[in-house]
Design a binder for this molecule. Structure first.
Ligand SMILES: Nc1ncnc2c1ncn2[C@@H]1O[C@H](COP(=O)(O)OP(=O)(O)OP(=O)(O)O)[C@@H](O)[C@H]1O
Ligand SMILES: [Mg+2]
Length: 262
């Protein structure tokens, strides 16, 4: 069954609806269309809202960062961004791990452990949580992940190695744009051949971005703390990291990206 979403492309059946994205089938059995929605949640899904334009900014920020990683040899899900909010991706069998990398201590790390706010973490810390709403995403270790049958030790070693590489690429790139990269969460999945591929998203919903000079927070922490200017911060991240060539490649304009012009 095909659904017209008023777009220049069609998508198939809705496969999965998460808290912030929808995953649709496509004509190609190895590909899905991920729709980035404007919904935003925090605090284990307790706090919810809708932020106009968020889906568009998160999709273009993710596309940019996936492309950057692909160009550096990381195997990512990204195939195309036919229009803002819609990303054509390799279909993955997701591994239920939230792989968190931390360069600066903040958030739950300083609440749960005696690190001080803003403490530099060098080498970076990798933490893995079990992605499972029913169990509230508890932190786990290698033995638990292996005993659960989610991954092998070899998978974990590979995930750690590639995650550190991803951190290095993103941190250097963001540094060149004047942004600090305190931490981020990524998810991996397996493609049809069983390769471990970077999936999901890399956006202000899943990363912390701080302005290096002003220390302005430019991510979901603003929403978590009930502060104003959330969508303005997401837009600023997009404006900081996308250049003219990116706008041309995806046929975007800043005017087109604002609500009234779609
Ligand atoms: N390439 C992909 N192929 C198949 N599924 C994917 C792919 N990338 C991400 N997913 C999955 O699609 C869903 C994306 O939806 P979303 O992030 O909104 O949901 P969620 O993870 O359930 O919620 P939240 O992230 O807010 O906890 C997630 O389950 C994610 O693991
Ligand atoms: Mg998610």
């Amino acid at each position: 069954m095909k659904m017209e979403l008023n777009m220049k492309f069609e998508v198939g059946k809705l496969l999965y609806q998460g808290k912030a994205k929808d995953v649709y089938e496509t004509d190609h059995p190895d590909q899905v269309m991920v729709k980035f929605r404007d919904d935003i949640t925090a605090g284990d899904g307790q706090k919810k809202d809708t932020l106009g334009e968020k889906g568009r900014y998160n999709s273009i920020i993710s596309a940019k960062l996936f492309q950057l990683l692909s160009s550096e040899g990381v195997n990512t899900q990204y195939l195309d961004l036919p229009e803002p909010s819609y990303m054509l991706c390799k279909k993955l069998d997701m591994i239920p791990l939230e792989v968190i990398t931390r360069n600066i201590a903040t958030g739950s790390l300083v609440r749960r452990f005696p690190f001080y706010e803003g403490q530099e973490l060098d080498p970076p810390l990798i933490q893995m949580d079990f992605k499972n709403d029913e169990y509230h995403d508890p932190m786990l270790n290698d033995d638990i992940a292996i005993a659960l049958g989610i991954v092998t030790q070899e998978d974990l070693d590979y995930i750690r190695k590639i995650t550190l590489k991803i951190n290095k690429i993103l941190k250097n790139f963001l540094d060149s744009k004047g942004l600090l990269f305190p931490d981020f969460k990524i998810e991996y999945g397996r493609d049809q051949e069983g390769n471990i591929v970077l999936g999901d998203e890399i956006s202000p919903d899943t990363c912390r971005f701080w302005d290096r000079e002003t220390r302005d927070v430019l991510d979901k922490d603003l929403f978590r703390k009930g502060e104003s200017g959330v969508i303005e911060a997401y837009r600023r991240v997009a404006e900081i990291i996308l250049d003219e060539d990116d706008l041309k490649r995806w046929n975007l304009s800043w005017k087109k990206l604002t609500n009234n012009n779609m």
